[in-house]
Design a protein around this ligand. Structure first.
Ligand SMILES: NC(=O)c1ccc[n+]([C@@H]2O[C@H](COP(=O)([O-])OP(=O)(O)OC[C@H]3O[C@@H](n4cnc5c(N)ncnc54)[C@H](O)[C@@H]3O)[C@@H](O)[C@H]2O)c1
Length: 344
């Protein structure tokens, strides 16, 4: 049944926020976004409207500006849930500029929590990351795997934000969920939106597609002598539209009164470990072209293997990662070609 509830998303013009907006809109929700476009492009709101055929408003406001945030809530008195995506996410940049990361990611989170409280918004979903597990050796990683020191200031902002939310949840009437993403990849099936790397991409898949299209000269595999089945590192990749759907399901879980504890966490991973070489082979098979890559040396701080135990999300949210590796790579490749065709 179509819903007419309104959901506020922060960072709704970014990679995961824009895909989630499309999923929510396709299921009948109204979506309002707050995104200062510091790490996204101005064309995204129009795209969301075109693809969905629905209205989509983005307020270009910095989340650290509390008075301006209040104006949004005054304009929209029917918001029933918040999804908080907005953050800076580059691991390397966070190592170079830790204070900027703590300022942006932590202060934004404090403000949106204040807003949720002031306006009594009953449901809140937070974008967390598997980086909160640090360099764990317990595999697969489930939600009870002990958290350890994250490897970067970026990872710390996610862990601190989770801790703030968990503490706050003890005295709040709001339901909070943190979704710990593993490696979101791929793009929307329309081919009209996808990941837009802000600077040099850090994630593997944009690096592969940028090499294939000629933006980068050669792809270097960081380490080929790890004790894994083919010597390269193992990660858990999950299609961005599967990640998007999990947010809608998490909000519905809250709105249907199914959430037992005020603060819950869920892993969002496919449950399968995929090696870098396997990822490349999938890319080569869907793109039909060999990738120009070399085997390089290990990179300091890289975890050998990490993948999710996703049973909790399956059992409680009824969430499953439905799209396979080839679909992830195929959609990522289609998007890279679109970026080039449109000169975006
Ligand atoms: N993409 C991943 O690999 C990944 C993995 C784990 C967790 N996450 C988390 O998921 C969330 C979304 O990630 P993404 O990949 O969509 O990132 P993204 O950079 O594409 O989107 C983030 C959006 O937030 C906006 N933003 C940042 N700071 C803001 C502020 N102060 N005020 C208003 N808007 C602001 C940016 O303009 C951008 O559009 C982030 O919290 C990120 O840490 C991402």
């Amino acid at each position: 049944m179509e819903s007419t509830k309104t959901i506020l998303i922060t960072g709704g013009c970014g990679y995961i926020g824009s895909h989630t907006a499309l999923d929510l809109l396709s299921k009948g929700y109204n979506v309002v976004s707050i995104d200062n476009l510091s790490r996204s492009k101005q064309f995204v709101p129009e795209r969301i409207k075109t693809i969905s055929g629905k209205d989509f408003i983005n307020y270009r406001i910095d989340l650290r500006d509390l008075p301006k945030l209040r104006t949004v809530l005054h304009n929209h008195t029917d918001i029933v849930g918040i999804i908080h995506f907005a953050a800076f996410k580059s691991v390397g940049e966070s190592v170079q500029k830790p204070l900027i990361y703590f300022d942006n990611n932590i202060n934004s989170t404090i403000n949106i929590l204040r807003i949720a409280e002031e306006y009594a918004i009953p449901n809140f979903v937070f974008s967390s990351s598997c980086s909160v597990y640090g360099n764990t050796t317990e595999l697969p990683v489930n939600e009870n795997t002990p958290l350890s020191s994250p490897e970067s200031p970026y990872g710390w902002t996610k862990l601190i934000a989770e801790q703030m939310i968990a503490s706050h949840a003890k005295t709040s009437n709001i339901n909070f969920i943190a979704l710990r993403y593993f490696n979101p990849v791929g793009a929307h099936e329309s081919g009209k939106i996808g990941e837009i790397p802000f600077a040099e991409p850090e994630n593997l898949v944009p690096n592969i597609t940028q090499t294939a299209i000629g933006k980068k000269g050669q792809f270097v595999i960081n380490g080929s002598d790890y004790p894994t089945r083919d010597g390269s590192c193992i990660r858990d990749y999950v299609h961005v539209m599967d990640i998007a759907e999990a947010h809608t399901l998490a909000l519905e879980f809250q709105m249907e009164g199914k959430q037992q504890n005020k603060f819950e966490v869920f892993n969002l991973g496919s449950g399968n470990g995929v090696s870098v070489l396997e990822l490349i082979h999938s890319f080569e098979s869907v793109s039909g072209a060999p990738l120009n890559y070399v085997l390089g040396t290990r990179r300091e701080g890289d975890v050998i293997a990490i993948y999710a135990d996703n049973k909790k999300a399956a059992e409680q949210l009824n969430w499953f990662a439905k799209r396979n590796l080839d679909q992830m790579m195929q959609s990522a490749w289609a998007w890279e070609q679109q970026l080039q065709n449109e000169n975006l």
